[in-house]
Design a protein around this ligand. Structure first.
Ligand SMILES: *[C@@H]1O[C@H](CO)[C@@H](O)[C@H](O)[C@H]1NC(C)=O
Ligand SMILES: *[C@@H]1O[C@H](CO)[C@@H](O)[C@H](O)[C@H]1NC(C)=O
Ligand SMILES: *[C@@H]1O[C@H](CO)[C@@H](O)[C@H](O)[C@H]1NC(C)=O
Ligand SMILES: *[C@@H]1O[C@H](CO)[C@@H](O)[C@H](O)[C@H]1NC(C)=O
Ligand SMILES: *[C@@H]1O[C@H](CO)[C@@H](O)[C@H](O)[C@H]1NC(C)=O
Ligand SMILES: *[C@@H]1O[C@H](CO)[C@@H](O)[C@H](O)[C@H]1NC(C)=O
Ligand SMILES: *[C@@H]1O[C@H](CO)[C@@H](O)[C@H](O)[C@H]1NC(C)=O
Length: 598
């Protein structure tokens, strides 16, 4: 079954139907109905807290890998409408080496203690088979106010051969970091005492080996009823992913495994929500417990999941002295009563609500929207200019020498790539931009991409190539007749190019000359999820929709892989050549059309 949420209805609801949705809140005994994922799209490894001291607000952090700004924070007053309020990693100086690592930011843990927010995470180089653990960098950020992202500190580094690190404050005043020791070396949950302001750690001790699943990781400690409860993930982040738990009267262990493990998993089920694991727990204002976890909407086939690992939420019952019981994760959930529906005015913060569409016209005096995401740092402060004086209402992009693939092995080097995108957050969507681009030098290119990683992306752009490079004289169904298709096969002409790169099979490149009359026109480029498994790449002159051509309908399997989720965006590159022609992007639109939940 397919459930439809029209995002516009959700938005209208925020503003207008607060009163009707208060029904549930009026009788506090009434359980809530809500839908997973709560943070659709590339939002893995959630870590969430409830902070009564900050106006009863829920905050969630998620992993961002090479995305910059990184480590998004979403906030909510009602557990239903989530708003991007900023990013922990929002300035290059906080962590310059994000420019160089191949995997970027893994699993953060967000905590509030003693008037401060703390975010502990790992910057990772995990290239195989010889991962160099001396390059894994465990780091601490401290911030006073997540609504003011400038309040996050620069990274404080600490020494640990592992990842998934989290801070824990014990009742006796001691402070600990718990983390997952590198599973390639000696998989285990380890712990040390830490000075969070300096990063000084004591010797690491193994406190739990898990229940025998691959890669015990994602540890979170909770103190309750005289026990230390240790939550962990096992089985790897794929179809075997599961949440396990142990407890001890002593923070150093020994930790006794829960006989009911795993406490949460969809492994060996046919559920559409798979790979559930890497959970965190928090208690709402009524004292009810909730779990968040990552999940992949793929079904057990696990072939088409371009949105990657998303954030889901599930109610948890946790009676005194007993182990917590998680509800199984599905698309439609029933859970504890929720706080009254908050109106949008109740939250500060800069970003959009999670279900908002994009209608962005790059107006003069504005800047890039907060949910726009680069791949690592942009090459220079001038790479992206909103509304340059000569071309208002456009985004000017200067080309990077590197294209989206850049250097081998998912490294880019410090020079960076000219890309900006936003997350695919709906099963079916339409993403569309207008492009003004008049290339003149060989391999100058600008276009749209569904980008998962440097080694997994599907691109459609305008590129300057010799006439002889064409693979077809048709663009979609349209016979291409250009004035320039010359007699001279070496003459450079603007061509439409679709190409992809992935570890799984991608369609052969399509290169077709721009049809007569399209050169130097404003063109519309579109990526549309035409169904759950395919993207349609289309192009037409902005002034002549009737000329629209679908260049290819391509499977999204090549961008369904690994740890991240698809970013839909624009790029401009000289493909390693000397081109300098900028691209001008306007009328940026993203519309969520449908959300599949089972
Ligand atoms: C980090 O810890 C490892 C193993 O405990 C040790 O060999 C190394 O010298 C430490 N590095 C620093 C910079 O303290
Ligand atoms: C974890 O496993 C290692 C290796 O088998 C063992 O030496 C160690 O005692 C175990 N630690 C705990 C806390 O169970
Ligand atoms: C309400 O939700 C909680 C958490 O899932 C569950 O334990 C409880 O049984 C539910 N109550 C009712 C009346 O359905
Ligand atoms: C498009 O513009 C470029 C540079 O502005 C120019 O060299 C080229 O001749 C133009 N092409 C057409 C077909 O008008
Ligand atoms: C999705 O679209 C593709 C291309 O048109 C088609 O081959 C495929 O069968 C469709 N899948 C579904 C589930 O409709
Ligand atoms: C990227 O650019 C390099 C040159 O820097 C080129 O060899 C490669 O073919 C390009 N490929 C893709 C898929 O972007
Ligand atoms: C870039 O320009 C220089 C100088 O004109 C030339 O020697 C070089 O071959 C060009 N490089 C590429 C990759 O086009």
């Amino acid at each position: 079954m397919v459930l439809t949420t029209t995002t516009t209805a959700a938005l209208l609801c925020l503003a207008a139907c607060a009163s009707t949705s208060l029904a549930a809140a009026e009788s506090p005994a009434q359980n809530s109905t809500y839908y997973n994922p709560i943070l659709p799209g590339f939002h893995p490894d959630p870590s969430c807290i409830f902070v009564p001291e900050r106006d009863n607000t829920f905050f969630c952090a998620s992993s961002s890998f090479n995305a910059f700004p990184g480590i998004p924070i979403h906030a909510s007053k009602d557990l239903q409408s989530w708003k991007l309020i900023g990013h922990v990693l929002n300035r290059r100086e906080q962590l310059p080496r994000l420019a160089e690592t191949n995997s970027g930011i893994w699993a953060p843990t967000l905590r509030f203690h003693d008037e401060n927010f703390w975010l502990v995470t790992t910057l990772v180089d995990d290239d195989r088979p010889q991962a160099d653990f001396s390059r894994w960098d465990n780091i601490i950020f401290k911030g006073k106010d997540p609504f003011d992202q400038g309040s996050w500190s620069n990274a404080v580094h600490f020494n640990f051969t592992g990842y998934d690190t989290e801070p824990f404050w014990d009742v006796d005043g001691k402070v600990y970091i718990t983390g997952a020791h590198a599973w390639q070396v000696a998989p285990a949950i380890q712990q040390a005492e830490v000075d969070l302001d300096t990063g000084k750690v004591t010797e690491w001790q193994t406190i739990w080996n898990g229940t025998g699943g691959m890669a015990p990781e994602g540890p979170h400690l909770f103190r309750k009823d005289g026990f230390y409860y240790l939550l962990a993930a096992e089985g790897g982040t794929g179809l075997d992913h599961r949440v396990t738990m142990s407890r001890s009267k002593n923070i150093n262990g020994p930790f006794e495994s829960n006989p009911a493990n795993p406490v949460l998993t969809n492994a060996d089920t046919t559920n559409y929500f798979q790979t559930i694991g890497h959970a965190d727990l928090f208690q709402d204002g009524n004292g009810n417990w909730w779990g968040v976890a990552l999940s992949t909407r793929s079904g057990p086939e696990y072939i088409n999941y371009p949105m990657g690992r998303e954030t889901v939420m599930t109610p948890v019952s946790w009676p005194a002295d007993e182990w917590p019981v998680f509800s199984p994760v599905k698309g439609k959930m029933s859970g504890w009563p929720m706080p009254p529906r908050a109106s949008s005015q109740d939250l500060g913060g800069v970003g959009p609500f999670i279900s908002e569409n994009d209608q962005i016209d790059f107006a003069p005096g504005t800047s890039l929207p907060p949910h726009f995401t680069h791949w690592r740092f942009p090459p220079s402060p001038s790479t992206f200019t909103v509304s340059p004086p000569a071309t208002p209402h456009t985004l000017r992009i200067l080309p990077s020498n590197l294209n989206l693939t850049a250097l081998n092995g998912n490294y880019a080097g410090p020079t960076g790539q000219s890309f900006v995108g936003r997350r695919q957050q709906d099963t079916l969507f339409t993403y569309r931009i207008n492009l003004d681009f008049s290339p003149s030098a060989l391999e100058e290119e600008a276009g749209v991409s569904a980008l998962l990683t440097q080694n997994h992306h599907l691109d459609m752009g305008i590129v300057m190539l010799p006439a002889s490079a064409s693979t077809t004289s048709f663009l979609g169904s349209k016979q291409v007749t250009t004035t320039t298709t010359a007699t001279d096969p070496s003459a450079l002409i603007p061509q439409v190019r679709f190409r992809g790169i992935s570890y799984v099979a991608v369609p052969a490149p399509i290169i077709a000359p721009l049809p007569a009359g399209w050169a130097n026109q404003t063109l519309t480029l579109e990526i549309r999820a035409s169904n759950v498994s395919h993207y349609a790449f289309s192009i037409w002159p902005a002034a002549a929709r009737s000329e629209a051509q679908t260049v290819i309908v391509a499977s999204n399997a090549p961008v369904s892989w690994g740890f991240t989720g698809v970013l839909l965006g624009v790029y401009c590159t000289s493909n390693g050549h000397n081109g300098t022609t900028p691209a001008y992007v306007s009328k940026w639109r993203y519309t969520g059309d449908e959300q599949f939940r089972d």
